[in-house]
Design a binder for this molecule. Structure first.
Ligand code: ACO
Length: 331
């Protein structure tokens, strides 16, 4: 939609909990080994939230850094969006908890549930509000404490996931400004929604002793099938972003994809026709942090001096649902 405005990033920040779970730690917990995990996933370690540390706490740390980067105060915010599949509790939403921890009140607060694509979905929601002139400054946070939803007896899932948070402050800029968000594209394919699930805790399977006995409070995954879908959907989303903006892949400086498996990232780069060196990879340090993975990877790319202001950035995500999405911007 053509309006006088578009959105742009005013500030970014991220947070990783201090505790580390390495591949060699996992060797002592399940039948696996460092070499298998590195070769099949690219992951070397993941960060785990401490006891008494909640998703809203991770959000708070990342938000404080993003506000500092944006040279703003929490009172400047008009809306809080949190992308997460691991909220503090079912209700109230984690965005309201974060609002309180930020010492502000009154502004609307919304959790966005789209699994690992959640951050791109939240970015798109923020963009619509900013383009229409409804809100000027919007906080979006991707945050997860996935390790509490993982069965440490299931070697196929427990090696993959970690905790963390990443925050962006999106602000309004002129539509004709050279920087900012050009487009977002969101998709979902519910017919393959059973490939990655956490069955219990909703209205279908409320908590009970049987749930605990069956382990239905843990994530369950068909990894090989997800892999196949992930490569195809992320490649399609990237192509859609470029086509709708009449941009060639050579004009993209960095691709910041959801960090699930380094082999997925390599395949997407190959299918998309972009050098692997242009893909930001942070999963060695973080594992798969679901909705937090894109802002964490972006922040890492900036801090390592790779991503710079003025560069063309393509973001791509996929997750349970199977949801997917992309965003194209000049940072
Ligand atoms: N350590 C050692 N061996 C293992 C492990 C492990 N941790 N896990 C599985 N294996 C074994 C399997 O049992 C199998 O043994 P077999 O040949 O004797 O049957 C063998 O390794 C190969 O198993 P595959 O499933 O074929 O392994 P694959 O190469 O596909 O890797 C993996 C598995 C890493 C899960 C991969 O499929 C993957 O990353 N898929 C995507 C997962 C994902 O992204 N999940 C999140 C989804 S959405 C979101 O991001 C929230």
């Amino acid at each position: 939609m053509r309006t006088p405005f578009r959105s742009k990033i005013a500030g970014i920040g991220s947070y990783l909990p201090k505790k580390i779970l390495s591949n060699s730690d996992l060797e002592k917990m399940v039948e696996t080994n460092d070499q298998w995990i590195r070769e099949r996933t690219g992951i070397e370690r993941r960060h785990l939230a401490a006891e008494g540390e909640y998703t809203s706490d991770l959000c708070l740390h990342a938000t404080e850094r993003a506000l500092q980067d944006a040279k703003m105060n929490s009172s400047d915010l008009d809306l809080i969006l949190i992308a997460t599949s691991t909220p503090d509790q079912v209700m109230p939403n984690t965005a309201t908890v974060l609002q309180h921890k930020l010492g502000i009140s009154g502004i609307p607060c919304l959790d966005v549930s789209a699994a690992c694509s959640g951050f791109v979905y939240a970015l798109s929601v923020a963009d619509q509000f900013i383009r229409t002139g409804t809100y000027k400054n919007i906080l979006i946070v991707g945050a997860e404490i996935l390790h509490r939803m993982v069965n440490y007896k299931d070697r196929e899932t427990c090696i993959l996931f970690g905790d963390g948070a990443g925050a962006w402050i999106m602000t309004q800029t002129d539509f004709d400004s050279p920087d900012g968000l050009f487009s977002t594209h969101l998709r979902a394919n519910g017919e393959v929604g059973d490939l990655f699930i956490l069955p219990a805790g909703g209205s279908k399977i409320p908590y009970s002793q049987e749930v605990l006995d069956k382990g239905q409070h843990y994530v369950m995954m068909k990894g090989r099938e997800i892999f196949r879908h992930a490569v195809r959907t992320m490649t399609e989303c990237c192509q859609l972003a470029l086509k709708s903006n009449s941009i060639q892949s050579e004009q993209v400086d960095w691709v910041v994809p959801h960090q699930a498996n380094v082999r997925i990232l390599d395949s997407v780069a190959e299918h998309f026709g972009i050098p692997k060196e242009k893909v930001i990879v942070s999963l060695r340090e973080t594992g798969n942090t679901s909705a937090a993975s894109i802002p964490l990877a972006f922040d890492m790319g900036v801090r390592e001096g790779k991503i710079k202001r003025g560069q063309m950035i393509l973001i791509a995500a996929f997750g349970a649902g199977l949801t997917s999405g992309s965003a194209l911007m000049r940072y």
